[in-house]
Ligand binder design. Structure first.
Ligand code: ZN
Ligand code: FE
Length: 259
């Protein structure tokens, strides 16, 4: 299995998962043309679209793609029903012929029906877990998103995280603001600057690296917890409250950029 990124729109990634005999699956489809071009130039045969959630920047290319390659759309059971032909729920397992075996984890928070796809040491996390960040809470609650990320965090540390956006450099600015003394964040900032300078994607990342650098996986770390309590001028807070405060803190820090 070979996995590679096709950059689409401003900062979205479509992931192509290629099996041994040129069959492939495509994860999310914000735009069709660059993906169709990549598939045609490699002589690939698409078997399925895997869809993480309903937002337009993950679905806008589906129609054009389907008119060229009429494949099933495997996606959330509770949203994006315009597109989803094979609805999946938490714990469902399925095989994409010639590509691989997959398992589904529901991950409400960014949207209520969002799902994550797991296969062979890889997690396609859509807009749930980003490198150094997480999706904004458009539909779900902080408690739901925390629970979703906690479940992802139980995967093996060497799991490769393939997310839906190239947000890493921006996300790290907040991570460093929240934890200025974290050496792993400092190292990642330098690494990401170099990778972006070379025009390469900063993802996949690993779960191990995210645990060291992603504030949304670190709300129970004493240093960050103290900073959160200070930011909120609170005395004691629950994990859910800490998570919600970090999420709002980042939104404030970012000046509420779209998506
Ligand atoms: Zn989204
Ligand atoms: Fe998105």
């Amino acid at each position: 299995m070979q996995i590679y990124a096709i950059p689409v729109l401003d900062d979205n990634y479509v992931w192509i998962i290629e099996g041994d005999n040129r069959q492939c699956a495509v994860v999310d489809l914000g735009e069709a043309e660059p993906v169709i071009a990549a598939i045609a130039s490699r002589g690939l045969v698409p078997q399925a679209i895997l869809l993480t959630h309903h937002h337009w920047d993950h679905t806008a290319g589906i129609q054009a793609f389907l008119s060229r390659y009429p494949v099933p759309v495997i996606g959330p059971a509770t949203e994006a029903q315009t597109w989803v032909t094979d609805p999946k729920r938490d714990g469902d397992a399925f095989t994409v012929a010639g590509v691989g075996d997959f398992r589904v984890l529901t991950s409400p928070g960014h949207t209520l029906g969002h799902i994550v796809f797991l296969t062979e040491g890889a997690a396609f996390t859509g807009d749930t877990l980003f490198s150094a960040g997480c999706g904004r809470l458009f539909e779900g609650t902080a408690a739901q998103m925390l629970h979703s990320l906690d479940r992802i965090a139980t995967l093996p540390d060497d799991t490769l995280i393939y997310c839906g956006h190239e947000y890493t450099a921006d996300s790290l600015r907040f991570a460093q603001h929240a934890e200025p003394d974290n050496p792993a964040i400092r190292a990642r900032v330098a690494e990401v600057a170099k990778v972006r300078q070379d025009g390469r994607p900063t993802v996949p990342t690993t779960l191990a690296l995210e645990k060291k650098t992603n504030p949304f996986l670190r709300i129970r770390e004493p240093g960050l917890r103290e900073a959160v309590i200070h930011y909120a001028s609170a005395s004691s807070i629950t994990d859910e409250e800490a998570f919600g405060i970090v999420r709002r803190w980042k939104d404030d820090f970012d000046g509420l950029k779209p998506l």
